[in-house]
Design a protein around this ligand. Structure first.
Ligand SMILES: Nc1nc2c(ncn2[C@@H]2O[C@H](COP(=O)(O)OP(=O)(O)OP(=O)(O)O)[C@@H](O)[C@H]2O)c(=O)[nH]1
Ligand SMILES: [Mg+2]
Length: 289
């Protein structure tokens, strides 16, 4: 047993308390600095009005106090945007897929099945290589889910592959639609991914769909719920239904995971863009400037 006070081991709670204290000190220091640098404060206020996490901007700009940069508002703004740009991650669209399974997961009603239709159209018709695409319905709970996918399959001349026939024929891209929601479905999803992994040499990609209309707490909640699935990338939906993507931006710069596509409306296949940092930052600045 350790008797010496100095040698007592720190518990997890001690570390948490310490970390909290350090964060508070950082915050206090940053505030102190900002009181004496009106331009930096102005820029922090401005981005805070835009919805950006205030503490994040304070921490970023406080070190510039006392440098020549603190006197130039435009440079300060550019500095923040530059930092946002470097923290946002986007994924280039793979233009030549073979034997790839893309599983689309996420909360209910978020636009998963619509995305399957839009992504299928790109790979089958819009990219220079016409891919052999198949749909797989793993949404066994919702009445009507099969019909929705069947309609897309028929309209686009894409095969709807029954789960039992998963490994019978080779596809460039198999798009797997899943039941929305958390809970029990997750266990089934794990089993499905294991099954594919063990029985085929398909590359597996798992895309978590997030709505731009969600609060940051909900985004984090859903992301945590699906974390066990090893999410490859995010797909953002419903960008057309909000004028304020700041919660989404705060979430993305914390998570540092790539965004692959952005859905901008209900029309299939039109309302889908390959994610770019410019698109996300433009949306962020649009309502504000
Ligand atoms: N405005 C808007 N609506 C969208 C977008 N994406 C999907 N929707 C609509 O949202 C509704 C639900 O879309 P689905 O694709 O069925 O969503 P889902 O995630 O498959 O839903 P569940 O299978 O019930 O979990 C439909 O009315 C879509 O047209 C988008 O980017 N913007
Ligand atoms: Mg669906």
């Amino acid at each position: 047993m350790l008797e010496n006070e100095d040698e007592k081991l720190l518990t997890v709670n001690d570390v948490r308390a310490l970390r909290k204290e350090i964060t508070l000190m950082h915050g206090a220091l940053a505030k102190d600095v900002l009181e004496h640098t009106p331009l930096i404060k102005k820029v922090v206020d401005r981005f805070s009005d835009y919805g950006l996490d205030r503490i994040w901007t304070e921490k970023l700009l406080a070190p510039l106090a006392g440098t020549t940069l603190e006197e130039d508002e435009e440079i300060l703004i550019a500095y923040v945007l530059e930092e946002l740009d470097s923290l946002l991650k986007v994924e280039e669209e793979a233009k030549n897929l073979t034997k790839t399974v893309r599983v689309i997961v996420g909360a209910t009603g978020i636009g998963k099945t619509s995305l399957i239709g839009k992504i299928a159209a790109r790979y089958r018709y819009f990219l220079s290589k016409s891919h052999k695409v198949g749909f797989v319905n793993f949404d066994q709970h919702k009445v009507g889910s099969e019909e929705q996918l069947e309609n897309y399959a028929e309209a686009m001349a894409i095969t709807l592959v029954p789960i039992e026939a998963f490994f019978e024929e080779e596809y460039d891209l198999l798009l797997v639609d899943t039941a929305g929601g958390l809970g029990n479905n997750l266990k089934n999803l794990h089993d499905l991914i294991d099954l594919i992994d063990r029985n085929s040499d398909y590359a597996i990609e798992i895309s978590l769909v997030l709505s731009a209309t969600s609060k940051i707490k909900d985004l984090a909640y859903v992301n945590n719920a699906f974390a066990g699935l090893n999410i490859t990338n995010f797909i953002l939906t419903k960008l057309d239904e909000t004028s304020d993507v700041s919660e989404l931006v705060n979430f993305l710069i914390q998570e540092k995971k790539s965004v692959s596509y952005i859905s901008t409306g209900q029309q299939i296949p039109e309302d889908l863009v390959v994610a770019t940092k410019e698109y996300i930052l433009n949306e962020f600045m649009k309502k504000n400037v």
